[in-house]
Ligand binder design. Sequence first.
Ligand SMILES: *[C@@H]1O[C@H](CO)[C@@H](O)[C@H](O)[C@H]1NC(C)=O
Ligand SMILES: *[C@@H]1O[C@H](CO)[C@@H](O)[C@H](O)[C@H]1NC(C)=O
Ligand SMILES: *[C@@H]1O[C@H](CO)[C@@H](O)[C@H](O)[C@H]1NC(C)=O
Ligand SMILES: *[C@@H]1O[C@H](CO)[C@@H](O)[C@H](O)[C@H]1NC(C)=O
Ligand SMILES: *[C@@H]1O[C@H](CO)[C@@H](O)[C@H](O)[C@H]1NC(C)=O
Ligand SMILES: *[C@@H]1O[C@H](CO)[C@@H](O)[C@H](O)[C@H]1NC(C)=O
Ligand SMILES: *[C@@H]1O[C@H](CO)[C@@H](O)[C@H](O)[C@H]1NC(C)=O
Ligand SMILES: *[C@@H]1O[C@H](CO)[C@@H](O)[C@H](O)[C@H]1NC(C)=O
Ligand SMILES: *[C@@H]1O[C@H](CO)[C@@H](O)[C@H](O)[C@H]1NC(C)=O
Ligand SMILES: *[C@@H]1O[C@H](CO)[C@@H](O)[C@H](O)[C@H]1NC(C)=O
Ligand SMILES: *[C@@H]1O[C@H](CO)[C@@H](O)[C@H](O)[C@H]1NC(C)=O
Ligand SMILES: *[C@@H]1O[C@H](CO)[C@@H](O)[C@H](O)[C@H]1NC(C)=O
Length: 721
Amino acid sequence: MAVEVAGRSSGGPAMAAAAGGCRAPLPAWWGMLRGLLLAVLAAGSCQGNSVERKIYIPLNKTAPCVRLLNATHQIGCQSSISGDTGVIHVVEKEEDLNWVLADGPHPPYMVLLDGSLFNRRVMQQLKGTSRVSGLAVTIAKPSPPQGFSPGLKCPNDGFGVYSKDYGPQFAHCNKTVWNPVGSGLSYEDFHFPIFLLEDANETQVIKQCYQDHNVPRDGSGPEYPLCAMQLFSHMHAVTSTVTCMRRSSLQSTFSINPEVVCDPLLDYNVWSTLQPINSSGKVDPEKEVVIVATRIDSHSFFWNIAPGAESAVSSFVTHLAAAEALHKASDVHLLQRNIMFTFFQGETFDYIGSSRMVYDMEKDKFPLRLDNIHSFVELNQVALRNDSVLWMHTDPVSRMNESVDVQVRNLLDILENSSLGANVTLQEAGFSQPLPPSSFQRFLRARHIPGVVLTDHRTTFQNRYYQSMYDTPENIRMQYPEGLSPEETLEYVTDTAKSLAEVATVVARALYRLAGGANTTSAIQADPKTVSRMLYGFLIKMNNSWFQSIIKPDLKGILGDVPQHYVAVSSPVNTTYLVQYVLANLTGTIVNFTKDECLNPEKSPNSETDMYDYAWVQGSLDPNLTSRVPYCVRSTVHLSKALSPAFELRQWGSTEYSTWTESRWKEIRARIFLVASRELEIITLVVGIAILVFSLLATYFINAKADVLFSIPRDPGAVAY
Ligand SMILES: *[C@@H]1O[C@H](CO)[C@@H](O)[C@H](O)[C@H]1NC(C)=O
Ligand SMILES: *[C@@H]1O[C@H](CO)[C@@H](O)[C@H](O)[C@H]1NC(C)=O
Ligand SMILES: *[C@@H]1O[C@H](CO)[C@@H](O)[C@H](O)[C@H]1NC(C)=O
Ligand SMILES: *[C@@H]1O[C@H](CO)[C@@H](O)[C@H](O)[C@H]1NC(C)=O
Ligand SMILES: *[C@@H]1O[C@H](CO)[C@@H](O)[C@H](O)[C@H]1NC(C)=O
Ligand SMILES: *[C@@H]1O[C@H](CO)[C@@H](O)[C@H](O)[C@H]1NC(C)=O
Ligand SMILES: *[C@@H]1O[C@H](CO)[C@@H](O)[C@H](O)[C@H]1NC(C)=O
Ligand SMILES: *[C@@H]1O[C@H](CO)[C@@H](O)[C@H](O)[C@H]1NC(C)=O
Ligand SMILES: *[C@@H]1O[C@H](CO)[C@@H](O)[C@H](O)[C@H]1NC(C)=O
Ligand SMILES: *[C@@H]1O[C@H](CO)[C@@H](O)[C@H](O)[C@H]1NC(C)=O
Ligand SMILES: *[C@@H]1O[C@H](CO)[C@@H](O)[C@H](O)[C@H]1NC(C)=O
Ligand SMILES: *[C@@H]1O[C@H](CO)[C@@H](O)[C@H](O)[C@H]1NC(C)=O
């Protein structure tokens, strides 16, 4: 009979606990021990739920460091599968590290690291101890004056042109170390999670929690409960691209639902030509083309944090402005040579975009062949000119060939002449110096093409924040007066914009000459207003009225606030689309097509769909701010795939082509909460186990006596539910 009663009524508290509610205490006739156990269970479950509801504080503005892999290594960070937890300790000066590394009584610690201490020396110390379970890094304001670059000292080493067979004296940055402040942190493997705290107010919330609970007092440790942090960033892929791609491909052979653990970094290059060419045919072998190029991607230690102001935006904005200026010139359709404007994606990761284009040209999968290339001009970090000097870098190895040297000299002369009268002084970087890291190197690997790389640095980068989160508009000295509305800021012409427009003018004039133009070039002039708008859109706020008016209606979603230029694995990324539509706006023409004609141009006569691309864009808001007036833009802008040939060829261990992949993950999040003491946790655990055993026993008895219990209900009211 006792069994029957206990079995029956145990449904009540159990169900209540499962539903997350808190029920009243137990009937008095319960056994002393069982009553106690169940009371603890009920109290424990209620407390657990209220902790979940009231004390866990999710961190909403964070960026994780994730795992990337190449042919041989894994880099980046990860947490354990259920997230890593530790007691928070704020480290604002190096002395604070002692607590974490040696003195603190409550390891493991989650270190809240001040941005100014996020350097190699500190990271080595944290890496070498098991007392650290993770790291949250704040952004230093102002940016570290001594510079900060988690990139390599010798970027893209081994994938450019210099090797033991080609200019061995220049290989591995022997002559010039381009990025001396580079710490290489981005290329290391960390066994704990690292997150960036993007929002100063959230950082303050954490610091407050630390102040209230964790501050060591009078040398003795703080008392429980303590403020803790939990970081989730478990990564599925391990070891290397070879390992993870082989695993995926094996699975896809045997399984319908292969479990993919890593994806190649990939996107699209954007290209267009001054005179339209048949994009599905082949350009005449005799036809010569001048290539202008820049990269459009950047990187930092943290996933999808890549402002790239100097390392990418300054150059591609200048490039876009030059393209606009050239298209406006009256006689460009008469030029003897065509000009191709080329924007490479994924260059940060061992030249993904340019290596693919060269590969496609070699394999006849591109309208141009390498033989069509007359010369190559690349813009690469041009915003931080010292005394207006723009440096011209050439390749000393290919110039040892007489005929290449003659063509390179011609190229340099044309550039120098084009700068006369402009506020840009062009100077040669010197014959004894190799090319800086540049897409042009991938073309040189294939053929001795005459070319030049234009930069604001002669030897080491002027940019002290190469591939870091500090490569922001401030880094290229963009300043706006106080109190401008977003619309006024969009149109405000900064000094940076004026200076980049000068460079664009010089480049456009030089390209005109290179293409065989004989007229005076004084009419070719880049527009500082356009440059201003682009700088604002690509660096400060994508969601501005100009970008809104020039994109397709279904792309509205890509206009977030602060732009980031990471290449990623789902493509095209926002930057690619925006470069595409800005280029179409600046170099295209508006055609009088209806929406239907624009979306299906092949149906209209004379639309020449092989030569042109048509885009139905949103248009600007009418003065009533209620509706937009869409229109059709015709341009020569095209996209071409930027996936490393290594994946096309399934050579995942390639040393010739980029092999970078990004691991997949399930969840990335961070939160803080209070932890009770270890003793309390152990008591909770023991009680939990006791209850488990008890309920198993109870279930067993109920099962065993089910016939007795349920067949003859004693009280009809009790079976109502
Ligand atoms: C670096 O260049 C110097 C000549 O400038 C050469 O003597 C030396 O062997 C080179 N080192 C390597 C590792 O190639
Ligand atoms: C892969 O990356 C690591 C870390 O940057 C580097 O040491 C290694 O040389 C790279 N492997 C290849 C094949 O490029
Ligand atoms: C931070 O808090 C202050 C005052 O509470 C507020 O004015 C500011 O807008 C907040 N900043 C952010 C980025 O939310
Ligand atoms: C994050 O957002 C949630 C829900 O809006 C809020 O309760 C929480 O306080 C936020 N976190 C921080 C650290 O502000
Ligand atoms: C473009 O090239 C394709 C393939 O060679 C050809 O079929 C097509 O007629 C060409 N289009 C034009 C406009 O020349
Ligand atoms: C700028 O150039 C001057 C000489 O022309 C030189 O003294 C100065 O160090 C340079 N500044 C930087 C930042 O390179
Ligand atoms: C040229 O540029 C420098 C700085 O880049 C500036 O100080 C100077 O005023 C400019 N001169 C002209 C004529 O624009
Ligand atoms: C030079 O420009 C004039 C008009 O500005 C044009 O008629 C002429 O064709 C151009 N000449 C060349 C060689 O481009
Ligand atoms: C990029 O576009 C996606 C939608 O495709 C959007 O969710 C995201 O916020 C955009 N990124 C930025 C930085 O604006
Ligand atoms: C480019 O954008 C501007 C501003 O929205 C607009 O006035 C112009 O007509 C556009 N041009 C083309 C070719 O789309
Ligand atoms: C555009 O085309 C429509 C019909 O297709 C015609 O009625 C209209 O006049 C044209 N507008 C212009 C500016 O050519
Ligand atoms: C603005 O709205 C008013 C009334 O809603 C309308 O009469 C007028 O035509 C609109 N103007 C434009 C340019 O759409």
